[in-house]
Ligand binder design. Structure first.
Ligand SMILES: Cc1cc2nc3c(=O)[nH]c(=O)nc-3n(C[C@H](O)[C@H](O)[C@H](O)COP(=O)(O)O)c2cc1C
Length: 371
C-alpha cells in the first residue's frame, strides 16, 4: 500500500471524478463537455498522471437521469475502465467504483486484483451501496432498505478481503453470502490489500467507512467551511474512538476557472441557467428524496443549481488565485484531499495544471510532480 500515491506526501491530495460518464459532473447542454470516448479518457487521465495528481475515481452508473441530455446515461463500466486507465498511466491511483448489490464479491475481488497487477499496485476501490432505484430495478432484484445495504456491504467487503488475504481456502457463513472453499490467487500487489473508500453520508454510512475504509467523504455546503472543519474533525474522531483507526477525509468539489472571479461566475451562470438540463436535475433530486416539502423552495433551487454546476460539490469558482486560496482553506479545515471536475473537463484541467498547481506548491500544499 506504501507506494500508492493516495498515501504520498502531498498535504492536499487531488483526484478527478466522473471520467467514465457522459458530461461527467455537469448536468448541462454546454458544448465541450466530457463524453465517454476512450481517446479523451486517455488524454485527460494522462494529463493528471503527468501533473502528479493522486487519484481518478469513476462513477458507478447503469442508466441516465433522463432530460434532453439523459445525464450520465452513456457510460463506461468502472472495473474495465480502471483496467484501461491503469494501462494508459504510470503513477496515479486508479479507482473502480463498485455497486455492491450487483457485483458478486468473488468477481469483484478477482477484477480488483487483476487491475492491481495491471497498474503495478495503484488500484483502489470505492464501495457504493446504490441509491438510484431505476438503475437497480433494471437488475430485477429487490432493493434493500437503506441501513440493510450497509450490513450487506459489510459482509461483501469481509469476503473480498478474506479472498485478498487468506492463503488457505476458507468457508464463509454470513446472512447474505455463503462461500464454499473460497480461493483467490494471485494476491493483490498491495498488501495486505488495496485501499478502500466509501462516501456514505448517513450515520450508518459514516460508521461503515470509519470501521472499514481508508477514505471517507464529507459534504461541504458552499459557504460553510467552518461547519466543514467541525464535520471533518467529527468523522476522524469517530474512526479513532470507535474503531481505533486513522482515515483520510476528502470532499467533492467542482471547479470553474476564469480570467477573473466575475468571468468564472458569469460562465457558471451561463452553463447552469441557460444551458442546464433542468429535467434531468429534477429527476435526480427526486431520486435523492430532495423535493418541495423536504426543502424550502429557494433552498431546493440552490441545490439544483449546484447539482447542475458540478454534482452538488463544493464550488471552486474564480481566477486561479481565488481557487488556490479556497483549496488552502479546505486544507486548513482538515481535509486530506478533494475530487475535482470541470464542465469543460479537458480545458479546465489543463488550465488548472498551468495556473493553480504552482500556487498550491507555493502555499506548501503540494510538491511539483517528479519528472
Ligand atoms: C464522492 C462521491 C462519490 C460517489 N460515487 C457514487 C457512485 O459512483 N455511484 C453511486 O450510486 N453512488 C455514489 N455516491 C453516493 C454514496 O455512495 C452514498 O450513497 C451517498 O453519499 C449517500 O450516503 P448514504 O448511503 O450513507 O445515505 C458517491 C458519493 C460521493 C460523495
Amino acid at each position: 500500500m506504501a507506494d500508492n500515491p493516495l498515501f504520498g506526501p502531498n498535504k492536499l491530495k487531488l483526484g478527478l471524478f466522473g471520467l467514465n460518464v457522459d458530461k461527467a459532473c455537469a448536468i448541462t447542454t454546454l458544448d465541450g463537455t466530457f463524453h465517454p470516448d476512450w481517446q479523451l479518457v486517455k488524454r485527460i487521465t494522462r494529463i493528471a498522471d503527468e501533473a502528479g495528481l493522486e487519484a481518478v475515481v469513476p462513477v458507478a452508473r447503469w442508466r441516465g437521469f433522463g432530460g434532453p441530455t439523459n445525464f450520465n446515461g452513456s457510460c463506461f463500466e468502472t472495473y474495465t475502465w480502471a483496467a484501461g486507465v491503469s494501462g494508459a498511466t504510470d503513477r496515479i491511483s486508479v479507482f473502480s467504483t463498485s455497486h455492491v448489490p450487483v457485483i458478486h464479491p468473488i468477481v469483484a475481488a478477482k477484477q480488483a486484483t487483476t487491475i492491481d497487477h495491471i497498474s503495478g499496485g495503484r488500484f483502489a476501490l470505492n464501495i457504493v451501496c446504490g441509491w438510484f432505484e431505476p438503475e437497480l430495478e433494471m437488475f430485477g432484484a429487490p432493493i434493500m432498505a437503506h441501513d440493510e445495504r450497509y450490513a450487506y456491504a459489510g459482509e461483501w467487503l469481509d469476503v473480498v478481503r478474506a479472498l485478498w488475504t487468506s492463503e488457505e481456502e476458507f468457508d464463509y457463513e454470513g446472512k447474505y453470502f455463503q462461500i464454499k472453499k473460497g480461493f483467490h490467487q494471485p494476491k493483490p500487489i498491495q498488501r495486505p490489500f488495496p485501499p478502500v473508500m466509501n462516501a456514505g453520508g448517513s450515520g450508518i454510512g459514516r460508521h461503515f467507512a470509519a470501521k472499514h475504509c481508508d477514505m471517507i467523504f464529507v459534504h461541504i455546503k458552499g459557504d460553510q467551511i467552518e461547519a466543514a472543519r467541525h464535520d471533518v474533525a467529527e468523522v476522524r474522531e469517530l474512526a479513532r474512538r470507535e474503531y481505533g483507526r486513522e482515515i483520510q477525509v476528502w470532499a467533492n468539489c467542482y471547479c470553474v476557472i476564469g480570467d477573473s472571479d466575475a468571468d468564472a461566475q458569469t460562465f457558471r451562470d451561463y452553463y447552469v441557467k441557460e444551458k442546464g438540463d433542468w429535467v434531468a436535475v429534477d429527476n435526480l433530486v427526486k431520486s435523492l428524496g430532495i423535493q418541495t416539502g423536504v426543502l424550502p423552495k429557494d433552498m431546493l433551487e440552490a441545490a439544483k443549481y449546484n447539482f447542475i454546476a458540478g454534482w452538488g460539490g463544493y464550488p471552486l469558482v474564480g481566477a486561479a488565485p481565488t481557487i488556490a486560496r479556497e483549496l488552502e482553506n479546505l486544507s486548513n479545515a482538515g481535509l486530506d484531499g478533494v475530487l475535482l471536475s470541470w464542465a469543460r473537463y479537458e480545458d479546465g484541467l489543463r488550465r488548472f495544471v498551468i495556473e493553480v498547481l504552482p500556487l498550491l506548491e507555493q502555499a506548501g500544499l503540494r510538491s511539483p510532480a517528479p519528472q
